[in-house]
Design a protein around this ligand. Structure first.
Ligand code: AMP
Ligand code: MN
Ligand code: MN
Length: 331
């Protein structure tokens, strides 16, 4: 089964075929789908003879440890002078404020918005939003094939990382038959699943285990276990030597606990200009709850089962707010 043929998909394909100069970007704090979609789209466009650049803020570096082996040739950390002549492609970014740089939000920037978040604000000139897609990489996989590109081993690797990370290793609700068909195709294009697994989930820096230990020590169950929450403070990061990106995956431990409807990881942000701010990750395991609604109420967004936001609410107020939001959805 192919992706449903929509006018948006045709329009994006036509735009990509016609464009000579492009600038690709994604969301801040990029995850595997963001980075994988970016790299795969960039390699595809280069293969087709296009002048493609990728933009990410220098603040994103170092990238999460999982992606340490990837190199980003063609990456810029500043606005290219000719940005107004480039077709800008946003990948995996549901809301333009998730790429907080002024030059991409100026009038006249021509934007193709390619994403799978159901709450995408459709900020592009053309919007290809496919909520049924397991990951943005799945959309890129379809586009690359429709453009006649060969899925080379580096493209397959980038797409597969997006697929594995966004489906939680083929365990979340977005693990569709199409997701497995994509995996099959990518394996036939050279992906070695065990090698990718080792790179993403093993060979961990010890500080990650220390950070997990701190998170587990902080776990609380609220409202009879409905909400299972862990909190990582700045001191936890300082004392373990862990980086912000080392918290990836910790919320899944909260989510796995029997009786939990909503799993929460709250972590203090470490940058000096973000002192007093906290990042909140939400995961729903209860079909009655849509955590993207909770996140939107508090200034963020995401998927019904996985969402996030950043807040200045002090921790006790934040917890109270979450309890009220979850409670109101259950009533
Ligand atoms: P995370 O908890 O960071 O792993 O994010 C889970 C999901 O929520 C992902 O689909 C993100 O794209 C989305 N998300 C996280 N933070 C935000 C935010 N501040 N605004 C909008 N969506 C977010
Ligand atoms: Mn993402
Ligand atoms: Mn995604």
């Amino acid at each position: 089964m192919a992706m449903p043929l929509t006018t948006e998909q045709d329009q994006v394909l036509e735009e990509l075929r016609q464009a000579h100069k492009l600038l690709l970007t994604t969301h801040e704090n990029p995850d595997g789908d963001a980075l994988g979609s970016l790299l795969a789209m960039h390699s595809t466009l280069e293969q087709l003879g296009k002048d493609s650049l990728m933009f990410m803020s220098p603040d994103e570096f170092p990238l999460p440890w999982e992606y340490r082996e990837w190199t980003f040739d063609g990456l810029v950390g500043y606005p290219p002078e000719d940005v107004q002549e480039r077709t800008v492609v946003f990948l995996d970014c549901g809301n333009i404020d998730r790429m907080p740089v002024d030059f991409l939000q100026e009038a006249g920037v021509h934007i193709l918005n390619i994403d799978h978040h159901h709450d995408n604000t459709r900020f592009g000139t053309v919007n290809l939003v496919v909520p049924e897609a397991s990951c943005t990489a799945e959309i890129v996989w379809h586009l690359a094939r429709d453009l006649g590109a060969e899925i080379t081993p580096p493209i397959a690797d980038a797409l597969y990382v997006g697929l594995v990370t966004d489906t939680g290793r083929f365990m979340y609700e977005n693990t569709t038959a199409e997701a497995h068909r994509m995996a099959c195709d990518l394996i036939e294009s050279g992906v070695q699943p065990h090698e990718v697994y080792r790179r993403l989930y093993e060979d961990l820096p010890f500080r990650r285990l220390l950070l997990l230990q701190r998170a587990l020590a902080s776990v609380e169950r609220l409202d009879g276990g409905l909400i299972t929450v862990a909190h990582l403070t700045k001191a936890d990061f300082d004392e373990t030597g862990a980086l912000e990106t080392d918290s990836e995956g910790i919320v899944d431990h909260m989510r796995a606990v029997e009786g939990t409807s909503v799993a929460v990881l709250v972590r203090d942000l470490l940058a000096e200009d973000r002192a007093g701010k906290r990042k909140v990750s939400l995961r729903a395991t209860d079909a009655r709850i849509d955590v993207s609604r909770v996140a939107r109420e508090l200034g963020g967004g995401g998927h019904p089962q996985a969402a996030g936001f950043t807040t200045t609410l002090p921790y006790p107020q934040l917890v109270q707010e979450l309890r009220e939001q979850v409670g109101s959805q259950l009533r």
